[in-house]
Design a protein around this ligand. Structure first.
Ligand code: GCU
Length: 338
């Protein structure tokens, strides 16, 4: 299936129009040539560690290429929600986007393996697997043909947990509760299995939907809970620890091919530094988010996760639909025990 840009909102259309305008008079690079501006779409706020890490990537890229390359990071979903910007990246309207693995699952189901509950034991385990070319090389190149998308690697989303208006201790407490999920088959089945009623929705719509009562809760990490201010409308954060999520940096393949071998090597080197540093930023942001949300009245609940674990463990295996997925899953689990 070819992803198409779905420019449905006025904001998104206006942002796309302004992309053309802001690209017309870039500051000259050292040596007098106009810099190449790589436009990157992000759905997080400027306080989120992805934004902080990517702006650091921009600074280093400019320095290392003598100003030949710049990264322009558009935060806050201004270029559209992830489904939309994936299409825009595929069509080369923008160059790069940070996309949750759940969206990639919709264009190549093999990506679902890394979205499964319980596939990663920790962030450390996840980083080891997703940066091992022997495991992920084919997967990351799998979208280059039809989609013109190259997956460059990822930022962890850390552990994802539930948050709701009322406390949740067991699957029974979730009965009838409408829980927002990312738009993917794995996420829909996961919340059903955990006992709730899943409602797929894009990230930027979640706050208002919880505020208006369309949703009873959502699931995410502490950093999103805090930076999106979801604690204001769902004050009970419960450590169900259902999965360790993953965001990918996805590029338009032609934008990468246009780089000289020297610039591409610099780009890859600085991107590697970016995702390595991200893990440290992430740990600090998680601590700050817990402190910040607690100060605003949120309650963090530790529960016995066994009743959720029992339901989730068989779910992961039931999603493995072909030998590629089985192999990715097996290699991932083997890496956990090494
Ligand atoms: C996290 C993740 C995003 C994702 C979001 C969501 O914040 O980093 O990429 O879009 O969760 O739940 O939609």
């Amino acid at each position: 299936m070819r992803v198409r840009p779905l420019i449905t909102s006025a904001t998104c259309a206006a942002a796309i129009a302004s992309l053309a305008a802001c690209g017309t008079s870039p500051a000259p690079a050292i040596g007098g040539e106009a810099p190449v501006i790589l436009r990157l779409a992000l759905n997080q706020t400027e306080k989120h560690p992805s934004y902080v890490a990517l702006t650091g990537f921009d600074t280093r890229l400019q320095q290392a290429t003598g100003g030949r390359y710049r990264l322009d990071v558009f935060p806050n979903e201004v270029l559209g929600a992830q489904q939309e910007v994936l299409g825009l990246t595929s069509d080369g309207i923008i160059d790069l986007a940070v996309i949750s693995g759940t969206q990639l699952e919709n264009i190549n189901p093999d990506f679902r393996v890394f979205n499964l509950p319980r596939v990663f034991d920790s962030v450390e385990h996840q980083m080891k697997v997703i940066n091992d070319p022997a495991v992920v090389g084919d997967l990351y190149r799998s979208l280059e043909g039809d989609q013109h998308l190259t997956v460059l690697g990822g930022f962890t989303q850390g552990e994802r947990n539930l948050y709701t208006k009322k406390p949740v201790n067991t699957p029974a407490d979730l009965a009838g509760q409408k829980i927002r999920v990312q738009e993917s088959p794995v996420m829909l089945r996961m919340i059903t299995t955990m006992g709730g009623s899943p409602t797929p929705m894009s990230y930027g719509e979640v706050y208002t939907a919880m505020q208006s009562g369309v949703l009873d809760g959502a699931e995410n990490n502490e950093v999103s809970y805090f930076t999106q201010k979801h604690y204001e409308v769902a004050p009970h954060f419960t450590y169900t620890k259902h999965l360790v999520g993953l965001d990918y940096l996805v590029a338009n393949s032609e934008a990468l091919q246009k780089m000289s071998p020297e610039d591409r090597a610099i780009f890859d080197r600085e991107w590697t530094k970016t995702y390595e540093e991200f893990v440290t930023l992430w740990d600090k942001a998680t601590k700050d988010a817990i402190e910040g949300a607690t100060a605003k009245g949120a309650q963090f609940h530790r529960i016995d996760t066994a009743p959720f674990d029992e339901r989730l463990e068989p779910l992961a295996r039931s999603f493995l639909a072909n030998p590629t997925q089985q192999q990715l899953y097996d290699r991932t689990r083997q890496a956990a025990t090494r």
